[in-house]
Design a protein around this ligand. Structure first.
Ligand code: IPM
Ligand code: MG
Length: 363
């Protein structure tokens, strides 16, 4: 089969990590007899530099014309990069938000899994790690604070800023259904996270999630307040299977969850709509501080490519092969700097390109 993949390398470490994921995809194509065609798409700071816009209409059209999009990361150092002197809607992140919205990518899946081999890189105590953990953060991606009306105005002699948080029943129901569907294929537990003790949007969230839960009698489900969830993630991460939550809470909790797995460099993600199309990207950012040094961990991007094969192309065996190759490389003792064990013994530190090659060789 032939698949057309849009590729957004982006900024910072983006180009380096995407190059390794493409290397792995090409190795999969050769092994399983698929042809992957790539179309480069500009987004983020590199698009601003080239076109003045973080995402052009042509870029959106190119993404829409693809079967799926693989992305690296976008953005720069928010204190020093000239991109952050631009108005908010012209900054790199605005491109990503526009892409998510234009393609209706409302369901963001962020798996957080502790590899046996990376227990040493996990910042939690052994008794907390226990048997390890394997959770899926389901983050609503096209609503809430990210897309509400915002303004900064002078009122009574001082500046006042507003961001509004809106959720409709429809928006809540469709992500909740996705969350329960995914739970049915996993350990059948959903923790819906909100701030219903304070926010109206969370009270509606809770009501709709309860309605959806009634259609999934096999799934155990609970509500948890977001502050408690932040605490539980470091106290007892093994309790979670699917964490279902709104946009802003999901942004924050997914970074936290990734860190308990040892490194954000391991966390893949998929952003899906109602079709087979998806945008696949590592959960981490553009890490401008290490860009160009050849030390970034490409595994999250490689695992995102595996998610693309699984969710957009239904190529489960191929996705399994990539995941197995990643596990094998870790078992063989290769680590990028971010996942080096505390004592550094018995493992070999490698850079971005070598890590990609080692994974491709194990397919
Ligand atoms: C993420 C990122 C984005 C977000 C930024 C880059 C806008 O942090 O994908 O988690 O907040 O959604
Ligand atoms: Mg984030």
């Amino acid at each position: 089969m032939t698949y057309n993949i849009g590729v957004i390398k982006g900024d910072g470490i983006g180009p380096e990590i995407v190059t390794e994921a493409v290397k792995v995809l090409d190795a999969i194509g050769a092994k399983f007899g698929h042809q992957f065609n790539y179309t480069q798409i500009l987004m983020g700071g590199c698009s601003i530099d080239a076109t003045g816009e973080p995402l052009t209409d042509e870029a959106i059209a190119a993404a829409k014309a693809s079967d799926a999009v693989l992305m690296g990361s976008i953005g720069g150092n928010t204190s020093t990069s000239p991109w952050y002197k631009l108005p908010a809607d012209k900054r790199p992140e605005a491109g990503l938000l526009k892409l998510r919205k234009s393609l209706n990518l409302f369901a963001n899946l962020r798996p957080a899994y502790l590899y046996e081999e990376l227990k040493e890189a996990c910042p939690l105590r052994d008794d907390i790690i226990g048997e390890g953990f394997d959770m899926m953060i389901m983050r609503e991606l096209t609503g809430g604070l990210y897309f509400g009306e915002r303004s900064t105005k002078e009122e009574n002699g001082q500046l006042v800023a507003r961001d509004s948080l809106t959720y409709s029943e429809t928006e809540i129901r469709r992500i909740a259904k996705r969350g329960f569907d995914i739970a049915m294929k996993r350990r059948k537990k959903v923790t819906s996270v909100d701030k219903a003790n304070v926010l109206d949007s969370s009270r509606l969230w809770r009501k709709i999630v309860e309605e959806v839960a009634a259609d999934y009698p096999e799934v155990t489900y609970e509500h948890m307040l977001v502050d408690n969830c932040a605490m539980q993630l470091v106290k007892d991460p093994g309790q979670f299977d699917v964490i279902l939550t709104e946009n802003m809470f999901g942004d924050i909790l997914s970074d936290e969850a990734s860190m308990v797995t040892g490194s954000i460099g391991m966390l893949s993600s998929a952003s899906l709509n109602d079709t087979k199309f998806g945008l696949y990207e590592p959960s981490g950012g553009s890490a401008p501080d290490i860009a160009g040094k050849g030390i970034a961990n490409p595994i999250a991007t490689i695992l995102s490519a595996a998610m693309m094969l699984r969710y957009s192309f239904d190529l489960d065996a191929e996705a399994d092969a990539i995941e197995a190759a990643v596990k094998q490389v870790l078992k063989d003792g290769y680590r990028t700097i971010d996942i080096m064990p505390r004592d550094g013994s018995n493992v070999k530190q490698v850079g971005t390109v070598d890590m990609g090659t080692l994974i491709a060789e194990r397919l």
